[in-house]
Write a protein that binds this ligand. Sequence first.
Ligand code: FEO
Ligand code: CA
Ligand code: CA
Ligand code: CA
Length: 638
Amino acid sequence: MTDSRHTPRMSADDWDEQNFPRPAENDFDRVVERALSRRGFLGAALVFGSGAAVMGPGFLTGAARAQTAAGPAAAFPFKPIPIATDGTIQVPAGYEWRVLTAWGEPIFPDVPEFDHATGGSLDTSDKVFGENTDGMEFFVIGDRRVIAVNHEYVNPKVNLPQATDGVPRDAADVRKLQNLQGVSVIEVADGPQGWSVVKDSPLNRRIDHNTPMTIAGPAAGHALMRTAADATGTTALGTLNNCGSGRTPWGTYLTCEENFNSYFGATGVLPTEGAVAEGYARYGIAAAGSGYDYHKWDPRFDVTATPNEPHRAGWVVEIDPADPASVPVKRTALGRFKHENAECVVAPDGRVVVYLGDDERGEFLYRFVSAGTFVQGGDTAALLDEGQLYVARFNDDMSGTWVALTPEATGMDAATIAIFTRQAASRVGATTMDRPEWVAVNPLKPEAYCALTNNKNRGVKPNEGGDATPVGGANPREANHYGQIVRWRPAGGDHAADGFDWDLYVMAGNPTVHQDAYAGSANINPGNLFNSPDGMAVDQTGLVWIQTDGEDTNEGDFAGMGNNQMLCGHPDTGEIVRFLTGPKGAEVTGLCWSDDRRTMFVGIQHPEGTFPAPEGTTGVLPRSAVVAVRRADGGLVG
Ligand code: FEO
Ligand code: CA
Ligand code: CA
Ligand code: CA
């Protein structure tokens, strides 16, 4: 593509990928190409089924796949639905959905209704629901119900309809874009018309690209964190590219900064030597920026003027949804990378474990274990500041190890490990992964899942740090464009243990097109085709919910997959069925449940067309939205 700006149909992940093209070919590419042509394609794939790990060709078509297709659908409380290619949402019979809120909807009193001609004014852009909803969590605070929800990125063409070609025209345009991203905290209430936003709630809050934050943990105060505006390196403005989410055991919200690099650019020449230059290269800071043009209007995003500012993004940020005056805290102990989500679980001894994916081709999967233990009602202030960060090594024999990123192991000090986590992980030989997206922990038994969304570079070229991306193990397919979900079970049932066993819960694929590994694992059949798993959550009954962010052309390799969707998997049988289809062009991302589990909130990001207005409506902008899904009979939905 030559267009340098967002189009409505592109996810932030795709945007980052498009805008940071690496050299098309280098010497390493040629070496790998020769190696691949000699080796042929793919060794053993590992597929889980019927409660046991199965070695060998678990991706075969035929009787086994048909049997899976006819499996125990009774395990699911709904009748699976077919694919869709339309511009709206489909759910199973007996279910219904309605929009809770959408980009531009007022979340405070006395804010004008959304104006499709302008995309809303600058003045009210920090008083409306932000754009491109993503990770979200539901909280009960006293007698109030609150959702904290991320706004990952903007599409300037959509969000600035009056700017030619979507290019910000001035500082005001940039400020409006900055205001539309970040996080919304909204009180919600159920009523005769369903769930709605309580606009006059004292808990409602917008956090955006300019909200003051505190920096805590090992990187706080380090020279690489200091700027002219913050000589202490302990305060930052804004949280950037808020993708997946998490919730702590003590009831705070974790928002995860993913493709933060895309907001930065340079009015001068980028450095070519030294730690800063190496970091820019590894994390994708480019002089040209990526179309937001922040750096032309806001010097904080011009790395020529403010070279350390990018170090102050790429973190997990903790927000207290119960206190709208609280200052969000960047928790640097959890590492700096393109964070997807932050899945928390308490280990048997009370230590807090946080699983963290780095969503870029050939990057890594991480785990943080707190030094202290969580006690209900106790002091939690240091739990995410003091502890150990680990990176995963997946062995081909289906065992795995969490490797501690210590100064001894990496040759880096604690602050630098936090700031340049990717380089630290490269130094300990971590396993390069097929783009780790969300991690989800099963609340009913000690196991966790991670969506590895796809990786066109698998077996083709190294990651940005030069680490090889061999085909095999948990990443078993070359040029993997379908994705898979890896699952691990911690040693002794303890998420804080350093060993684990793993298997592949599913390899997405297309058995109607391919007869080899690209057909997918045995639990893929013509009735449940999908690609690019991304959002994940395991509900209170142990069902595994899978959201997709992939190709929705419904053609070629993706024939029969339709629009992006949400599926439901059984943890033991491996059966997977389709629950919801999103509107054309959209990604389905973000999932939480009401406290009575009778409503499921689902995020619809970057729709095209007219969504959420009915197809055929004229004069409307497509808008990301959170929808509430429930059963018509009021039954449980998770
Ligand atoms: Fe924002 Fe990797 O998804
Ligand atoms: Ca996205
Ligand atoms: Ca995602
Ligand atoms: Ca994605």
